[in-house]
Ligand binder design. Sequence first.
Ligand code: SAM
Length: 341
Amino acid sequence: MECSKVYESVKDHYGHLQDDRNNQVCVTLSSDVSKTVKDALADIPEDITAKFDGCGLVVPEKVEGRKILDLGSGCGRDSFILSKLIGPNGHVTGIDMTKEMIALSSKYIDYHREKFGYKEANIDFVQGYIEKLREAGLKENNYDIIISNGVINLTPDKKAVLKEAYTVLKDGGELYFSDVYADRELGCSVRNDKELWNECLSGTLYWKDLLCIAKEVGFSRPFLVSATPFAVNKEDFKRKLGDARFASVTYRLFKLPSDANVAPTQVIYKGTIPDHEKRFKFDVKNVFKKGEALKVTGPVAASLKCSRFSDDFVFQPVTEDVCGPNEMKLENPFDYLDIQP
Ligand SMILES: C[S@@+](CC[C@H](N)C(=O)[O-])C[C@H]1O[C@@H](n2cnc3c(N)ncnc32)[C@H](O)[C@@H]1O
């Protein structure tokens, strides 16, 4: 599909989704959700949660007091969860191109301010394109964390989105996002199908392509946090998609300074991340237990050391690299679909 037609069609689809919610796909949520997050979710009114249309749960660890940006915030469910978790000194901005979505989420700003006991709202919603964050008035080097849930697969220009995200993130900032990925390159007939595009299927990246885009933009390698099957239920969708398989995948990527040390390192987790005192799952390969020394590859060490997690670890040199080479390598999310956290 031509780019301008994609935007028109997606806007139209999500603008009307409020009246006619017709989700064709099964959203599977990880069971590894803390009580704090469950409580925050329970505070969100039905009017919002009923219109949630993401494909995962994008609540990264250690968010208190942080500045967060939600790309394609939609009904605002994830933004409001984070508005509670960051506390009165943090701030969330949600951006979405569909005016109906911005109107819906903005209507609930004051409701949540009162519910969370804040004097002033710590959240706002901006109408704009995620490929043009600065044009929408968002500042460079301004955000600690960017989240996104089921959105980047809808844009025809994924590299532009990652580039803008990189620009508005602070050094050491993190892009933590859930999206739908395919286990193969999709054919032209699927790519050009408007209905499949709007349902987050035609625009999915072949999972291997994320690695190249991240590298071109300057991000760390993407670290795989979780992967769950993304089931397609409608019979005519299944017919059009053939054997292609889809997964809802959460990745974390970091904006690291160019001189970040990428030597393999021994790290000891201090148990200081709220809600993750005993165990902190950085990604599927690196799960840290409090007090245990673990050797990690250079990219993991650099991401921990240069991000908000730096105070949560002791970093020690290693003489021998037991974790293998430092090359950019992306785990295949389809190998992890049946593994519970
Ligand atoms: C599948 S919904 C997900 C919404 C929300 N993240 C959630 O979890 O409920 C996709 C949202 O992304 C927005 N969107 C899609 N492409 C966009 C773009 N290029 N720029 C800004 N918003 C976009 C749509 O308007 C829609 O609200």
